[in-house]
Design a protein around this ligand. Structure first.
Ligand SMILES: Cc1ncc(C[n+]2csc(CCOP(=O)(O)OP(=O)(O)O)c2C)c(N)n1
Length: 321
């Protein structure tokens, strides 16, 4: 693999990890007042996929969206300011962690409703098709989104219209505290079940950023050639509690063995083991730059103002009564 690309992938993984750790560390200060769904452990899925998209390709996501926003190139200062509820945030401080958008880099939004952005993403890809655009839309969602009816309607429509869309299911095995085995029939593989709808479907180790990048590049290439929608299931694991900055290992809904295994499958360590020499050479500088980036983003957020009270009803779906 191209060394510059490996370096970029490593830097993006570390960027997400550092920012997520800083959010978690500072959360108890109670200056960030929105619920946050931290993506530590799932960085490689976002980084690998987004590395195979370009700026003009679109992406949408759900409640756990920081890693997608960052990997798609979203502005970091605006991300942190948004979580702080400040007017300089990417959604003007009115959205919080679960409602992120940065149209400058094709990150077209995230929402808290599980599967809510799946039809939005399909609509975006329909618009790309109608405009004869060369770009595609990537829709990120979790394994629980497969349990929503709108997922099937959206995939059906995408197949019917041969849309330029990549569905990415980040399978971390859990919907909040409930494991897949308690929600879906035994031995079902999501990507196999989805392929029954008539869409080209595959799976990949979602903790191996190189594997994800290469797999996505193949799929994106096919989609851009007009071969229609694709579905990709990425196997990964969430390290922290479902929502919030803490570990919840003591709750008992995940086995100690699985938790231990997830640390062995740390996406950062996997990449470091593949390219030990390169990483030894670059790690210090990359970390130093990222620490500055993170520090500046939090300073920017803290120093920004809250939105004006008079603007409370602007940019909302419903009109002021
Ligand atoms: C339509 C809908 N139903 C239920 C919820 C409550 N809820 C929030 S997150 C979540 C679990 C989501 O799991 P998954 O989609 O796999 O993503 P993950 O949290 O694992 O990243 C649920 C059930 C919701 N936000 N929207």
């Amino acid at each position: 693999m191209n060394i510059t690309l490996v370096e970029r992938l490593y830097e993006e993984l570390l960027k997400i990890r550092l920012i997520e750790e800083e959010i978690s560390y500072r959360y108890s200060e109670e200056k960030m007042r929105c619920p946050t769904h931290i993506a530590i452990g799932q960085e490689a899925a976002a980084v690998g996929v987004c590395a195979s998209l370009n700026k003009n390709d679109y992406a949408v996501s759900g409640h756990r969206a920081h890693h997608h926003y960052i990997a798609k190139g979203g502005n970091i200062k605006k991300l942190i300011a948004e979580i702080y509820g400040k007017e300089t945030g990417c959604s003007g401080g009115k959205g919080g962690s679960m409602h992120l958008i940065d149209t400058n880099v094709g990150f077209m939004g995230s929402t808290a409703i599980v599967a809510g952005t799946i039809p939005v993403g399909v609509g975006l890809s329909f618009s790309q098709k109608l405009k004869h655009s060369e770009n595609i839309t990537c829709i990120f969602f979790g394994d629980a989104a497969i349990e929503e009816g709108v997922f099937y309607e959206s995939v059906n429509f995408a197949i019917l219209k041969n849309l330029p869309v990549l569905f990415v299911c980040e399978n971390n095995q859990f919907s909040c505290f409930t494991h897949l085995s308690e929600r879906q029939p035994q031995n079902r593989k999501i990507f196999e079940m989805v392929s029954g709808l008539g869409i080209d479907s595959s799976e990949c180790d979602g903790n191996d950023v190189i594997a994800v990048q290469e797999k996505t590049a193949q799929l994106v290439n096919k989609i851009k050639k007009g071969e229609g929608p694709k579905f990709l299931e990425l196997h990964t694991y969430r390290w922290l509690e479902h929502c919030g900055p803490n570990y919840d290992d003591e709750l008992g809904y995940r086995t100690i063995n699985d938790i231990k295994k997830s640390r062995e499958n740390d996406p950062i360590i996997i990449l470091e083991k593949k390219y030990p020499e390169l990483i030894k050479l670059k790690k210090h500088t990359i970390l130093k730059n990222l620490k500055t980036l993170t520090k500046n983003a939090f300073k920017f957020a803290e120093e920004s103002n809250f939105p004006n009270q008079e603007e409370a009803y602007e940019n909302l779906y419903s009109e002021k009564l």
